[in-house]
Design a protein around this ligand. Structure first.
Ligand SMILES: [Zn+2]
Ligand SMILES: [Zn+2]
Length: 89
């Protein structure tokens, strides 16, 4: 007889926390940009969220913002876009 396999929701709690490099997954920060766990040596913390250095980009022009960034309304911008944002085209 045919039996369909039950699909478990991914959010369901798992028994036993998978570990990476001896650190429980729950303690590894998740990137706010790509939602992946951040295993980089450098973790950016902006707007109380963690980011890969390659994922922190200007919401407008996609420029990398590893050096400095400006935030407004939950988005991050490069300097130019942050200051030009007051104008509407
Ligand atoms: Zn990322
Ligand atoms: Zn920009």
């Amino acid at each position: 007889m045919m039996q369909s396999a039950a699909v478990l929701p991914t959010e369901s709690p798992v028994k036993g926390v998978p570990e990476i490099l001896g650190v429980p997954m729950q303690q590894i920060p998740q990137c706010a940009g790509c939602s992946q766990h951040i295993l980089d040596k450098f973790i950016l913390k902006v707007l109380d969220r963690h980011w890969h250095s390659k994922c922190l980009k200007c919401a407008d022009c996609q420029a990398l913002l590893a050096d400095k960034c400006f935030s407004r309304a939950g988005n991050v911008y490069c300097k130019e876009d942050f200051f030009k944002g007051d104008f509407c085209c």
